[in-house]
Design a binder for this molecule. Sequence first.
Ligand code: ADP
Ligand code: ZN
Ligand code: ZN
Length: 758
Amino acid sequence: MSEPILQVALPSPLRRLFDYRAPSGVAAEHLAVGQRVRVPFGRRDMVGLIAGLTETSQVPANKLKRVSELIDLAPVLPATLWQLCLWTSQYYQHGLGDTLASALPVLLRQGEAAAARQDIIWQLVPGAYPEHPAVARAPRQKQAIQTLSLHPHGLSHALISQWGLTRDTLETLERKRLAQRISQSQHHTNEPLPLLREAPLTANSEQAAALAKILPQLGPALITATDAEPEPAPATTGHFRAWLLEGVTGSGKTEVYLQSIQHCLQQGRQALVLIPEIGLTPQTVERFRQRFSVPVVILHSGLTDRERLDAWIAARDGEAGVVIGTRSAIFTPLARPGLIIVDEEHDLSYKQQDGLRYNARDVAVYRAHLEDTGIILGSATPSLESLHNVRRGRYQHLRLTLRAGDASPPRFQCLDIRSRPLEAGISRPLLEAMNAHLRQGNQVLVFINRRGFAPTLMCHDCGWIAECRRCDARMTVHQSPAHLHCHHCMSQRAVDRQCPDCGSEDLRPLGAGTERAEEYLASRLPKVPVLRIDRDTTTRKEALRDMLARIHSGEPCVLVGTQMLAKGHHFPNVTLVAILDADGGLFSADFRGPERMAQLITQVAGRAGRADKPGQVLIQTHMAEHPLLLDLTERGYGAIAERELAAREASRLPPFSFLALLRAEANQAALANQFLEEACAEAEALREHPGLAGVELLGPVPSPMERRAGRFRAQLLIQAEQRSTLHQLLHLWLPLLEQHPLARRVRWSLDVDPLDMF
Ligand code: ADP
Ligand code: ZN
Ligand code: ZN
């Protein structure tokens, strides 16, 4: 056999592989798809993965370069994960090399060894005890000794934070000769651990009904009779199940997740949990750590590259029982996959909006298929896509309609503000309602989907409006510190003192954002603290934590905030939720506008009235008779979902058709447009192919905000009744686009299943 040629996937925007000669001195049988190699590329070295082995190349033999190093002895990813990446790259029409780069931890991309560090085990020194005089005045150290005494075999380093210990404390104990660390290779840590740190709650009848559907399907146990090393996942089939767990906020979805995971762990399998954001909802993560004594690894943005790699390896090698992370965690390999959970499955943060534009929820469903496991998609406000999948029989619908622990659902009410004066966006009846709730010692939450002081700065004499110089957008007025801020390109400038058109000095901020509402409420409600929670007040991590702590202390207060408040928080003392402006969603140009508005209002409302305090939700609107608002307030999210699904079906919009959006931007409007015109012509020609005539091309048109950050933007929408026809066309089209001479002069991207049409 002649020397093999390696087809290497490199992190390049090009949708192709690169051919190299095999590294010298490595026998062909030691080369496999999925191993990493280091190769010369241009003037530098790059790390890529072997994606194929062939014997011929179109590159002439004398031009073919040689792989400089074979990094791995075995593929760095398990086979299923490799397939997942392959599928992702094809589905989203993104280069395989770049897809793999998105999936792998940074250090692996740089060529670091994909092996675990020697684990460190912390143990008590014999004779150490909690009442030891050396720790008499150090409660943390005392507590650390207590915790370690519960672990006679020692506690591995990966687990210490789960048990509330810090490395600092342990090192202090080490200096005092009360604790010691020993190195241990991972294979000796197999002594069976107890699974739980705390007992599960007794499931209520709805939770029990959901669990009765889920648990029996979670696949056979992997633990062998001797209880020794779990076997690798057997190639059984038929355990793929998808459940849509629709449960109102506070109904105890998390408890269903926890007990499903427990079952999965009892079978010797691992669970992967996706959540929208970790920084905003530390208490959710804490509940997972509190429940299990097996390692729960959390992939959050605060990890160093090395910690991230360690967590990844712990998952891949089966050390970690539970892996929790945001969007990109869906690419974490698991040795013994058993269950995937996607919490708040409707959340937009699962969709990546640049580079590899994937939707982690959809990738998760495919992954569950591939690995033949169960998947639970949970939400109080499921996406129409998932509800449609329930109707088509693809997902099983499980419902939790009652709040756990007897809490009653909030009462909704629209507040008609037509011709009522508003101050800082707040009507008088709303202010009175707030006062009433505060007087009873309760808390109030005010939701405005807009940060800053005011969305517009206007000249009172001539009507001039402060606009961004780089976008077709208005500047938002911010007050602390005072400046104008474009929320689209992030450019900032000083607040104008004088109108540039007429010279008037009477410039007024128009409308209200969180800052203005905060200022106004602080002046009107001087007896209670007003806490503002938005991106501007929470740039420091501790700031959010401190505010949450104040809220949880239960004192009467007003929270003013953006959708940051809508996510996952439990505010048991909030009894009034005020939504300042619901009308935006009713007029949205995006066909998903009503769905989003209903989700947001329902999610924000869900923060109110937990435990024993019934909640009230007041929605300020100019459109109190709008059928959408009536449905939402009287019949709830499910009614909106039904109505919207019918509307989407009638107009053949997703989920009743499939979309891809080709976007282009350039320094001149004509250039972006020309590229799209020519791309459109190419696609027109492809429609001659059998079966592709039904693909529709809509556009190109200028984007709704045509100029952003100084560039002109346009878009072309591709729509098909069948997913397969859409993909067939894309598959033929993308290589043509890539070779188009204009492709290098404009910035362009393809978005499959776009969630944001702008
Ligand atoms: P969700 O995730 O659906 O918003 P949670 O799981 O956070 O709801 O549950 C809301 C509250 O109800 C939590 O404080 C939780 O501890 C409590 N809870 C959940 N299930 C039960 C149960 N079976 N018995 C008692 N309390 C429960
Ligand atoms: Zn003016
Ligand atoms: Zn701008």
